[in-house]
Design a binder for this molecule. Structure first.
Ligand code: ARG
Length: 495
């Protein structure tokens, strides 16, 4: 074997692929070990972020003079061309590369030859993958915020249509007190708002540049990490190189937010599933968002909502997977960390897809106001109002509670509801009842007494709707000022 060939075969290591670290080995990595350890199938989704990170790195290397300005230019141009060709499909993300970083460097060599070998100066895949992943999580935060806003808008749209629709509010899944449907739906708006605010809170912790940490101890060449950070739209640089390459807290936080968002969607899904049964009949799903049965011709099943509820388990599982992956790792980088991306990608994809289907399912659903109103008949859900009436006449609440309880028992034994009661029925239990007490028994009256902060009275719900819309506007504003790749790189990319 000629000397040159020997070097090449050592660099190759795997028989069909160039590895980034062949030099110190005599024999190639076994094909099976390569297949087992390759992350390319998963981390190829980071291709754009990987190329962007490399463009910023090359610009910085050229500026500080670690490589010639002309070499930096050549590398940047090669990377821009590669990005364009991947976008158009001319270059396909396939091969037996170890990971996306190896793929990009291999392809870059096809474009610009040996100069490609200078790109990885003063950088390790350890800080590189952390950079790519953080850029990806940043994009994801924006996508999730947009998807949550859409879901919130769907709830607002339905709430606006149903300010005057009343239904039994429940505790223990038993009729408790009448509420407006708008109030019920907006409860989910606020849960999702908290998810959104958690994303906003997370953003500055994600938006930190690890580049310059290199393998773990920091780069040994006079690079300028403070220069790379703004190029990529990062708002700061990592404070400790060892933490920079081993930290995945940002991914855990993101998956937690996904899991909790899914829990919120799942609770809504559960209600929709219940409400669409003939026993409830509160909601009819649009044909486009429910499914049939292969054997029973009459069926209309809420499969989409059921799947959201089911997939919630998968996303909660992802959080446990990720925390378990991390808990035993010594500092700093360990290859276990490679497993993080599949977990996070899956959790995020599932959450985005669930938000999308749920917002469409909700906005196209028909809520059956008449049926909801009927469900309030004879359900004693205004009993608390009657107790409050006695309190206003000076009866201690405990006693009032007992009086009304006995009245309810009496009426239900006669198969009557509160609305069927007359003054004589009331007087049987307390002399304090006057004719005006009968006016309290309509659900329409009951909801209107709940005007205080956050209650279900019309004015209160209208105020709430206004507040919800203001929050949506705040989110839009936040999205408009979202961190982005620098204009300098945008220009290089021809944007
Ligand atoms: N594919 C690897 C990952 O996702 C990239 C970093 C590899 N670093 C290493 N030292 N082997 O974690």
């Amino acid at each position: 074997m000629r000397k040159n060939d020997k070097r090449k075969s050592r660099e190759k290591r795997g028989s069909s692929v160039t590895l980034l670290w062949g030099g110190r080995f005599k024999k190639p990595l076994s094909e099976e070990a390569l297949r087992f350890s390759s992350s390319f199938d998963v981390d190829k989704h980071l291709w754009k972020h990987d190329i962007l990170g490399s463009i910023a790195h090359a610009i910085m290397l050229g500026e500080v003079g670690i490589i010639d300005a002309s070499e930096a230019k050549k590398i940047v141009k090669g990377l821009v061309d590669l990005m364009r060709d991947i976008k158009t499909g001319k270059v396909v993300l396939e091969g037996s590369d170890e990971d996306i970083h190896s793929f990009v460097e291999r392809k870059l060599r096809d474009y610009i030859g040996e100069t490609a070998g200078k790109l990885h100066t003063a950088r390790s895949r350890n800080d590189q993958v952390a950079t790519d992943f953080r850029l990806w999580c940043r994009d994801t935060i924006r996508q999730l915020a947009e998807a949550i806003s859409k879901m919130q808008q769907a709830l607002i749209d339905q709430a606006e249509k149903h300010i005057d629709t009343l239904l039994p509010g429940m505790t223990h899944l038993q009729h408790a007190q009448p509420v407006r449907l708008a109030h019920h739906l907006l409860a989910y708006f606020w849960a999702l708002q908290r998810d959104l605010e958690r994303l906003m809170d997370l953003l500055p912790r994600v938006n930190v540049s690890p580049l310059g940490a290199a393998a773990l101890a920091g780069a040994g060449l006079p690079i300028n990490p403070q220069r790379i950070a703004p190029l990529l739209g990062f708002s700061e640089t990592a404070k400790n190189s060892m933490d920079a390459v081993s930290d995945r807290d940002f991914a855990c936080e993101l998956v937690f937010i996904c899991a909790l968002t899914m829990v919120h969607l799942s609770r809504l899904a559960e209600e929709i599933i219940l409400w669409s049964t003939p026993e409830f009949g509160f909601v009819t799903l649009d044909d486009t968002w429910c499914t049939g049965s292969s054997i029973m011709p009459q069926k209309r099943n809420p499969d989409i909502a059921e799947l959201v509820r089911g997939k919630t388990g998968v996303v909660i599982g992802a959080l446990v997977q990720l925390l378990t992956l991390l808990k035993g790792l010594p500092l700093t980088y360990n290859r276990d960390l490679q497993e993080d991306k599949a977990i996070v990608f899956n959790a995020v994809d599932t959450t985005l897809a669930s938000l999308s289907v749920m917002s469409q399912l909700v906005v196209t659903a028909t809520f059956n106001s008449e049926r909801m109103r009927q469900a309030l008949r004879g359900d004693f859900s205004t009993a608390t109002d009657l107790a409050d009436y006695l309190v206003q006449k000076g009866v201690p609440f405990r006693e009032a509670h007992s009086i009304v309880g006995r009245l309810v028992l009496h009426l239900s034994e006669k198969s009557k509801g509160l609305e069927d009661a007359n003054l004589d029925d009331l007087k049987l239990f307390s002399e304090k009842f006057d004719a005006d007490a009968l006016n309290l028994l309509a659900p329409e009256e009951s909801v209107e007494r709940r005007k205080e902060l956050a209650g279900t009275a019309k004015r209160s719900v209208q105020r709430q709707l206004k507040q919800a819309k203001a929050k949506l506007e705040q989110t839009r504003k936040w999205l408009r000022s979202f961190p982005a790749i620098s204009e300098q790189i945008q220009r290089v990319l021809g944007k």
